[in-house]
Every structure is written in structure tokens, then in C-alpha cells.
Design a binder for this molecule. Structure first.
Ligand SMILES: *Cc1c(COP(=O)(O)O)cnc(C)c1O
Length: 228
């Protein structure tokens, strides 16, 4: 590898990525955690490939999308070029898109109902692969927000286990006009109570708070790509 190549491979060559990584490192250090236990998902929804390339060039491979259709239009050619790419679905999933989602994504963060678990199980059987999933919890009990209620968690975990859908953690988006820490702390407690190792929480505005509350996966769009 030439000297120039080494420079472009360095994460610091894309400043927004270096800044977010520094935030993650800083929060992990304060929390006494290992920063390598925290996965940064670069949420590239609405962003064209040209704006995604600088992150890939800087050796970042984990990306998130919130719509199956948009992801299907954007990512398959890039996946062929880069086998290290790791795609996460962070937005709501309709059961009739479950098969497309299982084909494209390694992780699905929005499992929140029994009918979707059934559809995912069927898609997994058909395609012979098993994405890792998060159970999404409507942690602030808000109307019109994705996620199951807190009291549905154990029933849905049991349904997923019976169906062979692998739930590895909990995911939530706290109410946007509130201090997020209490919601993150509640989600962490619920994961602990249910023996789940992973927590998908924290976005551009609250990355550090989420990490201090135990996030293992942060979903960051604006801080990496600018406003949508
Ligand atoms: C868009 C989105 C994000 C990223 O939000 P930013 O505030 O832009 O960092 C994270 N999680 C979900 C579920 C999203 O839809």
C-alpha cells in the first residue's frame, strides 16, 4: 500500500467521521467502557451514493437505512464491490417487505409485532439466512410511534424465540422534546431484565448520553452527513 493510500484509509481523512468517533471514544472512556464495543451505524437515508463514498473510503462499513425500497435501489451494487459492507434497517418494516429486508440487511432494528416476527421467520426459511434483530420499544409510550409497549416485550421475545427469529437487543427512539437519559436508562434496564446484550439507542443529538447509559449501537445520520 502506498503512503497516499494509507492516508485515505485513515478514518481521520473524513472529518465528520473522526469527530463522531472522538465523541464515542470520549463517552466510552468516561463510562469506563471499551469503545470497540460500540458500533457506529452511519444512517445514510436520503443521501446519495456520492455522499456515502467518503465514509467508505475512510474504511467505514456499517450503514443504516430506514426504507427497504430506498436501500434496495442504492446498496446492492455497492455490496458487490465491497463484501465488508454491513447494512442495518433502522426504520419501520412492513410485513410484505420482510423478504427484501432479510435479503439485504444483516441487522433489523424495528421488530415490534407478532405478525412481523412471523413474516421474518418465513423469509429466513426461504432465503436461508438469519439477520440479527432488535425489538423496538415505544419507550415514551407515544401515539403514532413505532415499537411495542413495555408490557409486550416478554411475549414478543418468546414469540421470536419460538419462530427462530434472533433478537439480540432492544432499540428505541425517545420522545424528541424530552431529556433522553431516563428513557435510555429504562431501555437498558429492560434489556438487562430480559437477558439481552445489545442496546440500539442514541442519534446525532444524544450519542454521548446514550453511550453512558449503555448503548452498544448508535445510529447517527445528521452528524455524519449534514442536515436532510
Ligand atoms: C434518521 C434516523 C436516525 C439518525 O438520526 P440523526 O438525528 O440524523 O442522527 C437514527 N435512528 C432512526 C430510527 C432514524 O430514522
Amino acid at each position: 500500500m502506498t503512503q497516499e493510500n494509507m492516508v485515505t484509509q485513515n478514518t481521520s481523512s473524513y472529518l465528520p467521521l473522526a469527530k463522531v468517533q472522538a465523541q464515542i471514544d470520549h463517552a466510552a472512556k468516561i463510562a469506563g467502557r471499551d469503545a470497540s464495543d460500540i458500533t457506529l451505524i452511519a444512517v445514510s437515508k436520503t443521501k446519495p451514493v456520492a455522499e456515502i463514498m467518503p465514509l467508505m473510503t475512510a474504511d467505514h462499513h456499517v450503514f443504516g437505512e430506514n426504507r427497504v425500497q430506498e436501500a434496495d435501489d442504492k446498496w446492492p451494487p455497492l455490496k458487490l464491490q465491497n463484501s465488508a459492507l454491513d447494512l442495518h434497517l433502522v426504520g419501520q418494516l412492513q410485513s410484505n417487505k420482510a423478504e427484501d429486508a432479510v435479503r439485504l440487511f444483516s441487522h433489523i432494528h424495528s421488530v415490534d409485532r407478532a405478525s412481523l416476527i412471523t413474516a421474518l421467520a418465513r423469509a429466513q426459511d426461504k432465503l436461508g439466512c438469519q439477520p440479527r434483530c432488535f425489538l423496538q420499544v415505544n419507550i415514551g409510550n407515544e401515539d403514532q410511534k413505532g415499537g411495542c409497549s413495555v408490557d409486550q416485550i416478554s411475549v414478543l421475545l418468546k414469540a421470536a424465540q419460538d419462530a427462530g427469529v434472533h433478537i439480540t437487543g432492544l432499540m428505541a427512539v425517545p420522545p424528541h422534546d424530552r431529556e433522553p437519559a431516563p428513557y435510555f436508562a429504562l431501555l437498558a434496564k429492560l434489556a438487562r431484565d430480559n437477558g439481552l446484550a445489545h442496546l440500539s439507542m442514541g442519534m446525532s443529538a444524544d450519542i454521548e448520553t446514550a453511550i453512558m447509559c449503555g448503548a452498544t449501537h448508535v445510529r447517527v445520520g445528521t452528524a455524519l452527513f449534514g442536515a436532510r
